[in-house]
Design a protein around this ligand. Structure first.
Ligand code: KG4
Ligand code: ZN
Length: 375
């Protein structure tokens, strides 16, 4: 079974082709498969970061115009890399939400057109489900591809959500941010400090060698299951003008002339405040739902220190920890293809009349969005 998926929910255009084997995902070894993954035939991502950087944020119309340019090119490249014809694909999938409406429409329209043209199945996939399932995309290393009950932390630029996962398509909301997503806080604080975009990797880099206890920053809403990161961002904004300017050469484009060690200390303190909140709430949710597995996905889960501390906290409480491989953490179509493959194998498929939904909620996935396959 071959699934081709498109991801165009935001500013990354992704096309991936995934092959399952005898109703199982994984195990099939193909010569040209991506090195990390024996059954991923192709995964192409075109980033638009450089295009939007000069505007200081994503411009939706520019994003969708670029998807329209990149998607056909990536489709050609992916089929070439996978050495297959489009007619050999069994199902076409696309991210149908949440995301930017005009961006979602590009991937969904292409996937629907291909499904109609070749008379194949269509699957509308929730972007968050793509992230949520990505820790299980372990390339057949773990022959058990079944989704075990777990508490899943999806932590990205647009989302910070905790989900109690009973199994595939059986999700219960367990917490979410009431304002900024964790990645958004990384991006905004990095911007204040004059660091580049995306801010997460920049802050992580500068946090190395910094003292995470140097600045006392707030850990908001620790007693609640929900998250709030805007207070932390504001605390950094108010703190910056109070820090005496450094005498060394200014390291960044920031109006605040922090010396290198102060910048490192601030990045480390800010990063630690985010990690403390994410770890505390995730462990609390895992205990509340009595699961012995915590999974973590999304762009912020690329953060090594977050992974290390989450793994350590899970270990202390006797919980297994699984995170997506770094190449799968930021937006890509392989995770969408993987979710589509699992759904297809479980008998789900979508109508081609399925609309995109910029505010698509994850828990609705267990509702009537899908019909059981007629095959
Ligand atoms: O999942 P993703 O690619 O896109 C969304 O669906 O939002 O996540 C992008 C976010 C950005 O906010 C970026 O700053 C953050 O993930 N990020 C990181 C790291 N790498 C990416 N945050 C903290 N540490 C990192 N190493
Ligand atoms: Zn994402």
């Amino acid at each position: 079974m071959i699934v081709l998926a498109l991801e165009t929910s935001c500013d990354e255009t992704g096309v991936a082709i995934l092959r399952g084997d005898d109703g199982r995902v994984g195990a099939l070894r193909l010569p040209d498969a991506a090195a990390q993954c024996p059954y991923l035939l192709a995964s192409e991502v075109a980033s638009q970061v450089a295009v939007h950087e000069k505007y200081g944020g994503i411009v939706p119309e520019i994003a969708s115009r670029n998807h329209l340019i990149y998607a056909p090119r990536l489709l050609a490249r992916a089929t070439q890399a996978a050495k297959i014809w489009l007619s050999e694909v069994d199902a076409f999938a696309a991210t149908s939400g949440p995301g930017l409406a005009s961006s979602l429409m590009i991937g969904a329209s292409i996937a629907k057109g291909l499904a109609i043209g070749f008379g194949k199945s269509y699957l509308a996939i929730n972007h968050l489900e793509g992230h949520l399932l990505s820790p299980f995309f372990d390339c057949g290393k773990d022959s058990e591809s079944k989704i075990k009950p777990n508490v899943s932390l999806i932590v990205s630029g647009g989302h910070t959500v905790l989900v109690f996962v009973r199994g595939l398509a059986d999700y219960q909301a367990a917490g979410r941010t009431v304002d900024d997503a964790a990645g958004e806080a990384f991006d905004k604080v990095a911007k204040m400090l004059g660091l580049g975009y995306p801010g997460g990797p920049e802050v992580e880099k500068h946090a190395l060698g910094g003292d995470p206890k140097c600045f006392d920053l707030p850990r908001s809403m620790l007693g609640s299951e929900n998250f709030s990161f805007s207070g932390l961002k504001t605390a950094v904004r108010y703190l910056l003008p109070k820090i005496p300017p450094g005498e060394e050469r200014r390291l960044t484009q920031s109006p605040y002339n922090l010396d290198e060690q102060t910048l490192r200390n601030l990045c480390a303190s800010f990063q630690q405040a985010i990690i403390d909140v994410l770890v505390t709430k995730t462990i609390a949710a895992a205990q509340k739902f009595r699961v012995d597995l915590v999974t973590m996905s999304g762009g912020v889960s690329c953060n090594q220190e977050l992974c290390r501390q989450m793994r350590e906290a899970c270990g202390r409480t006797g919980i297994q920890f699984k995170s997506a491989d770094p190449w799968l953490c930021t937006d890509n179509a392989a995770m969408i293809a993987f979710a589509a493959m699992l759904r297809l194998q479980a008998g789900f498929e979508s109508e081609v009349t399925e609309e995109i939904d910029p505010n698509l909620a994850l828990v609705r996935l267990s509702g009537n969005q899908y019909s059981r396959s007629k095959r």
